[in-house]
Ligand binder design. Structure first.
Ligand code: MG
Length: 449
């Protein structure tokens, strides 16, 4: 394995790839690109986080950045502090939903989101040349600590929901924070909303009691606990608390695509406006937006692209289908806590169980596959796809998305492997399979077996 780099930063295995030396150099590249100024640094609960945080801070200080250490906080928490402290940038130490062997360094600009690709390239060019602007002994940065992130985050979420209404609902919830960064602030938020919460895995140790990606096969214990506690809802967060998934009152995992759809539903009731999401997100969002007569803007995959589209189109709500809700009044990154607030308010206002609310939306089946790709044939692949699905609407801002009456396809080449990812969605699994099969057949014809 090696370090995996993307616009949002780097990830790697601790002890072999992501060493303290590597962390110092990536942070030095970022600090050089920023040219000094205030930089907030925080991270999730992984045991390797402390080592990486101190290495990253050394690099930033050496470049003359004034470091504000936030301690163990969520990714949306760091983004919030970039804004509230008017910082020039931020670094989050997290590998999000990756297993415990991994950790990562995520860069945030002064807007609180990942650098645009052109800026990310500049940072990696500084890194490649080791052209670090280290300061002399009198011009290094200053260091302070700030432990107010959780409190500020809770207040920001309470500022965009109707806490009185939620309190009147008297809900019971089960929270599985996977011993991650959501373990600290989320129970306090639930308490402030008078939710009687059963807490699972809310020790901020970073020792994940199950695989940390919040998907159905990792959440059997949460589902059982929701039934046992006779709860209205179960919430599962990933280790850096930017993704949220839901279990209904019957103990059924309702699917990660529903989190955004339900949050959009709640927000559009009082703040109708365009909604932004990425090209691989379910049509559930379109179904909800359709009820309110507002458009859905489809951005390239990557939360910074969605955030930029939200700003451009003045969206009141947006996010990603992987359980990522972005409410720009709180932060312009995915935020599990604001998602919890909106879902609880929806339950309170609609006075119906979660299974009924989810069941009122159309049923879709989504399929995700990979296929071999000869990169030099990519243009021919797109051309043949457009011929094969001639009745479709095409969006080629990130791979190719084809919207058809019966469903949609998104074909997206990998940046790191000679493969293409095929996403399809339709009214049932068989129809979604037919779409994916047809796309795979076009790929075989153009690229050879
Ligand atoms: Mg995450």
């Amino acid at each position: 394995m090696a370090i995996i780099a993307s616009v949002s930063g780097v990830r790697g295995v601790i002890g072999t790839d992501l060493t303290p030396q590597a962390a110092v150099e990536f942070a030095s590249a970022f600090g050089t690109w920023l040219g000094g100024g205030r930089v907030v640094v925080g991270g999730d609960t992984r045991p390797s986080g402390q080592m990486l945080r101190q290495a990253v801070e050394a690099g930033l200080l050496a470049c003359g950045c004034d470091v504000v250490d936030l301690g163990i906080v969520s990714t949306p928490g760091v983004a919030l502090m970039v804004k509230q402290l008017a910082a020039r940038g931020g670094i989050v130490i997290t590998a999000s939903h990756n297993p415990i062997e991994y950790n990562g360094i995520k860069f945030l600009t002064d807007r609180g989101w990942a650098p645009p690709p052109a800026d990310a390239e500049k940072i990696f060019a500084i890194h490649a040349k080791k052209a670090f602007a280290y300061k002399d002994s009198l011009h290094g940065g200053g260091f302070t600590e700030d432990d107010s992130t959780h409190q500020r985050h809770i207040e920001a979420v309470l500022g965009v929901v109707d806490a009185q209404k939620i309190r009147a609902g008297g809900f019971r919830a089960v929270l599985d924070a996977v011993n991650g960064a959501g373990s600290i602030a989320t129970p306090i938020l639930l308490e402030k909303l008078h939710c009687r919460a059963t807490l699972m895995n809310c020790e901020p140790t970073g020792l994940f009691p199950h695989e940390p990606e919040p998907i159905a096969e990792h959440l059997h214990d949460l589902c059982a606990k929701v039934r046992e506690a006779d709860a209205d809802v179960g919430f599962a967060l990933d280790p850096d608390a930017d993704r949220l998934v839901l279990v209904d009152q019957t103990g059924r995992f309702i699917g990660e695509e529903y989190t955004l759809a339900l949050a959009v539903w709640q927000v559009l009731k009082t703040r109708p406006g365009p909604v932004a999401t990425n090209l691989s997100t379910s049509r559930l969002v379109d179904a909800v937006a359709g009820r309110f007569g507002v458009p859905v803007v489809r951005a390239p995959v990557g939360e910074a692209n969605v955030a930029a589209a939200m700003l451009e189109h003045q969206c009141t709500i947006g996010g990603e289908g992987n359980g990522g809700v972005i409410d720009p009044r709180v932060v312009t990154v995915r935020d599990g806590l604001v998602g919890i607030g909106h879902v609880l308010q929806l339950l309170a206002e609609e006075k119906a169980p979660l299974s009924t609310l989810a069941g009122s939306l159309p049923t879709y089946a989504m399929i995700k596959r990979k296929a071999a790709l000869r990169r030099e044939r990519l243009d021919d692949v797109y051309k043949s796809m457009k011929q094969r699905f001639a009745a479709g609407r095409f969006n080629d801002s990130d791979g190719l998305r084809i919207d058809l009456p019966e469903g949609w396809l998104h074909i997206r080449p990998s940046n790191t492997e000679p493969i293409v990812r095929i996403f399809s969605e339709a009214g049932d699994a068989a129809a979604a399979s037919r779409l994916a099969d047809a796309a795979a057949e076009v790929l075989r014809q153009v690229c050879g077996a």
